[in-house]
Design a binder for this molecule. Structure first.
Ligand SMILES: CC(=O)SCCNC(=O)CCNC(=O)[C@H](O)C(C)(C)COP(=O)(O)OP(=O)(O)OC[C@H]1O[C@@H](n2cnc3c(N)ncnc32)[C@H](O)[C@@H]1OP(=O)(O)O
Ligand SMILES: O=C([O-])CC(=O)C(=O)O
Length: 371
């Protein structure tokens, strides 16, 4: 038996949801560059789940269907109020709340295709409500109910702040959601597929995926990037900070990628957004520091920024709390997770690889009093 550490390069499934071929990312065959410049997040969800773009009647119906499911059970709000708020990371709160949602859905374990599609719609619609409600609860504020007259991106920002968001913020947030929606067989999507391949339920698949996304080598990197930028503080500190980190063989968050070796196509969009938004807020130092970190890490290590690097200064410029960056990633990636979960169910086989045994052999049991 031979092993490949971290399953690098192993093709573990077929999928028609998204592809990465020669560093070009597509959702159902549509280049991410095209979608980032033109599509609403609702269109992208529809695309990922149906394999084609909606026409305007279909999009309008889909948007209404999402809006109709956006309210979460009061019990979930009450539960979140009971969490030890000041100690709980919003990703942990989200993981628990999504798991709890299943308890209030009588169809959670119904495996028919239609029931699973309805659960997908509910989860996608309710995840922004959960993230924003938790954010407000921990600040001592009441959650803001979703509005059916707002699109997905606008509604998220509205529920977060209780105020109508401006157009620039909505467009930037929509683009960020589009860019994060799916990414082939990344760690959290693989986790979701492994989970539901046992014929476990959709909620379990999403809960497991949230757990995998939370780690700093995956989705948790965006929050870690902002922590690093905060520690650096000023542009002139970049050089000594990064030098020390590299000398100590520390990983620089937001750089490197398992699949892209010549650049993540999403990063250029986020870089441009970071430039624009920091100009608007007047806090250009976040962009300038990011550029300097980027130049130095690329020069010294040959590593390029991934999706998490510039998204940090983008979300910061939108006034979003740093520990909500990864939950926002989850809000977007849920669309991809759900597409993969439905695809897995449609042609399922248990996912069960092997491990090469490297432990001791031929051991003999010794009674406890002789050890
Ligand atoms: C949405 C996403 O999940 S995007 C990824 C988000 N994660 C991060 O940004 C965390 C930082 N980056 C990393 O840890 C890695 O680049 C990963 C996890 C993304 C990819 O990991 P792998 O493909 O397993 O690469 P691996 O960790 O083996 O790195 C290969 C070499 O490059 C180095 N390297 C990789 N990334 C970095 C980095 N960000 N900073 C410094 N060195 C790095 C490693 O130390 C290793 O060096 P070595 O061969 O001398 O030991
Ligand atoms: O594909 C990966 O390994 C990580 C990634 O960029 C993503 O999930 O968006």
């Amino acid at each position: 038996m031979s092993t490949t550490r971290g399953l690098e390069g192993i093709v573990a499934t077929t999928s028609s949801v998204s592809s990465i071929i020669e560093s070009v990312l597509t959702y159902q065959g549509y280049d991410i560059d095209d979608l980032a410049d033109n599509a609403s997040f609702e269109e992208v969800i529809y695309l990922l789940w149906n394999g084609r773009l909606p026409n305007s009647a279909e999009l309008s119906q889909f948007t209404q269907d999402l809006a109709a499911q956006a309210q979460i059970p009061n019990e979930i709000i009450d539960q979140m109020k009971a969490y030890p708020i000041d100690k709980v990371h919003p990703m942990a709160a989200l993981r628990s709340a999504i798991s709890s949602l299943a308890l209030f859905d009588e169809t959670a374990d119904v495996m028919e295709e239609e029931a699973n599609q309805l659960k997908a719609l509910k989860i996608q619609a309710q995840i922004p409500t959960i993230v924003t409600a938790f954010s407000r609860i921990r600040e001592g504020l009441e959650p803001v109910s979703p509005r059916s007259d707002l699109g997905f991106a606008a509604n998220f920002l509205y529920m977060l702040t209780g105020k109508d968001p401006d157009e620039i913020a909505v467009n930037a947030f929509n683009k960020a959601l589009v860019l994060h929606a799916d990414h082939e067989l990344n760690a959290s999507t693989f986790t979701a597929r492994v989970c539901v391949a046992t014929l476990s339920d959709v909620y379990s698949g999403i809960t497991a995926a949230i757990g995998a996304l939370k780690g700093p080598l995956h989705g948790g990197a965006n929050e870690a990037v902002m922590k690093m930028l905060n520690e650096i503080g000023e542009v002139e500190n970049v050089e000594p900070y990064i030098r020390k980190a590299l000398d100590n063989k520390e990983k620089i968050m937001g750089f490197g990628h398992r699949v892209y070796k010549d650049g993540d196509p999403r990063a250029k969009h986020l870089k441009e957004m970071s430039k624009r938004l920091t100009e608007i807020t007047g806090e250009t130092k976040w962009y300038e520091m990011s550029i300097k970190v980027n130049e130095m890490v690329t020069r010294e290590k040959g590593l390029l920024p991934n999706v998490d690097f510039y998204s940090a200064s983008v979300y910061h410029s939108l006034g979003i709390k740093h520990d909500l960056f990864t939950p926002i990633f989850a809000v977007s990636r849920t669309s991809g997770w759900l597409a993969h979960i439905l695809e897995q169910y449609s042609n399922n086989r248990l996912i069960r690889p092997r491990a090469e045994y490297v432990g001791p052999n031929k051991q003999t049991y010794t009674p406890i009093e002789q050890r």
